[in-house]
Design a protein around this ligand. Structure first.
Ligand code: URP
Ligand code: ZN
Ligand code: ZN
Ligand code: ZN
Length: 466
């Protein structure tokens, strides 16, 4: 007689965004079909005694295979990036599909799908980056793509070649108003940054640390205020991504107090790194160059407070890896001469969950249910992944089994991404995912890769349930 379940995860402690309880989890045909005590036999069984059984992480902010210009290449493609994500306890990632200026969104998507297809270890979907909001993009393409399951798009207030002006942001937000899609905003004031860069260049102050000095908190606070105001003018919800500091958090709080729907996101770099990391011998500070930059202790405390009090709904990695010691990465020929040419972004898709678990749950700052909400459940709700992000009957069997007592020191040599360093090297961690199940298939078993690339599939999304 065949077993009633394909897989039973037995004897673990299950956590959802609201509860933590002892239960077995039964899986059939890729879905969770029963949760309870003493489930019947599974064709495959996992002993989860002493382990936590959590929904697989959803990292809704990663960059893979995104072109960076001037011969600089991202250190992760879809294969290495999703493999790294998987080992970090994730089962779904949402990378960005970058529209280059003059390109149609469909054309851009065709390219990213081709890169991802057959190469992913996790499920995936795409946010669109709108860099060229032409009348046809806003009038026809974008609405059609929303209907096709690309239900979120990011706009930038910084980066030459990417930034939109306020009028363009309003027009793009209006597409969200008409379609129900969600706009994500990168909030930094490009003109203010350029002014400060000009002053630093005049002073000959070109080391990596100047990246942080030329992107101070006020530049992010102002842009956050403006993005929230533009969303208020249009009357749409908005996602403020990678928030790094208290004054920007205060802007989110103030907007919510006015009745606005605002989704806040922060990332590991704003909890455990500071601008001082951008100092360092031999241009080592380049390893920490990302935007917004890591700040200071007060900003870290403010971000923790935001995670504890619900300002932040999302905790994402903003994984955007470049190799350090590499002419195509951080130390490209121009990057060696000025901070302006160091590509922005740092790796972190594999360490996101362990850092929040160790620094947050194990140190008593957040509880396990909040951890689950911040790392999986909320991402599924906000970005319309209706079958994901929860351990519940009927959901995809995307599950990460954690050893809460595992002790590890982060070493890049142990990670699985394509970069050549980790900005978190040496950080002591308590708790690590040991076994990861994707759609009922065991992908990582006790730290060993057993799944195949191509097991991860594309998932169209619905509109947000906010
Ligand atoms: O420096 C960063 N964060 N690079 C990634 C692109 C972005 O703005 O998210
Ligand atoms: Zn950004
Ligand atoms: Zn303000
Ligand atoms: Zn990003």
């Amino acid at each position: 007689m065949s077993a009633p379940f394909d897989l039973v995860i037995r004897g673990g402690t299950v956590a959802t965004a609201s509860d933590v309880f002892a239960a077995d989890v039964g899986v059939r045909a890729g879905r969770i079909v029963q949760i309870g005590e003493r489930l019947e036999r599974g064709a495959q069984e996992i002993d989860a005694a002493g382990r936590l059984v959590l929904p697989g992480g959803i990292d809704s902010h990663v960059h893979l295979s995104q072109p960076s210009g001037e011969g600089i290449v991202m250190a992760d493609d879809f294969e290495s990036g999703t493999r790294s994500a998987l080992f970090g306890g994730n089962t779904t990632v949402l990378p960005f599909c970058l529209q280059e200026r003059g390109q149609s969104l469909r054309e851009a998507l065709t390219g990213y799908h081709a890169l991802a297809e057959g190469n992913c270890y996790t499920d995936h979907s795409f946010h669109l980056i709108v860099s060229d909001p032409s009348p046809s993009v806003l009038g026809q393409e974008l609405p059609a793509l929303v209907a096709d399951g690309y239900t979120s798009f990011k706009v930038f207030m910084t980066y030459e070649g990417l930034r939109l002006n306020d009028g363009q942001i309003l027009e793009t937000m209006d597409v969200a108003r008409r379609t129900g899609a969600l706009v994500m905003v990168h909030c930094e004031n490009e003109d203010a940054i350029r002014y400060l860069i000009g002053r630093h260049e005049a002073d000959g102050d070109l080391a990596p640390r100047a990246h942080a000095t030329t992107r101070p908190i006020v530049v992010e606070r102002e842009a956050t205020h403006r993005a929230l105001s533009l969303a208020e003018v249009v009357d749409v919800p908005v996602v403020i991504v990678h928030v790094s500091n208290g004054p920007a958090i205060d802007e989110i709080r103030a907007a919510r107090a006015r009745g606005r729907k605002v989704i806040g996101e922060t990332c590991p770099q704003y909890l455990v790194l500071t601008a001082a990391d951008l100092d360092g011998m031999d241009w080592e500070g380049a390893k920490f160059v990302c935007s917004p930059p890591p700040r200071d202790k007060a900003s870290q405390d403010a971000c923790w407070n935001g995670l504890e009090t619900g300002v932040f709904d999302l905790f994402s990695s903003d994984h955007c890896p470049f190799r350090y010691d590499d002419p195509a990465g951080k130390l490209n020929p121009k990057g060696r001469t000025s901070f302006r040419h160091i590509p922005n972004g740092i790796p972190g898709v594999e360490t996101r969950l362990p850092i929040l678990f160790s620094e947050g749950v194990m140190k008593g700052r957040i509880d396990l249910a909040r951890f689950v909400a911040l790392t999986a459940t909320n991402h599924a709700k906000v970005y319309g992944l209706t079958a994901k992000g929860r351990i519940a009957v009927g959901m995809d069997a995307d599950i990460a089994i954690w050893d809460p007592e595992a002790r590890r020191t982060i070493r890049h040599a142990d990670l699985h991404d394509g970069a050549d360093y980790s900005p978190y090297e040496g950080l002591e961690i308590r708790g690590w995912p040991t076994t990861v199940v994707l759609g009922g298939k065991v992908m990582v078993r006790e730290g060993e890769l057993v799944g195949q690339k191509g097991d991860g599939r594309y998932r169209a999304r619905t509109l947000a349930s906010l």
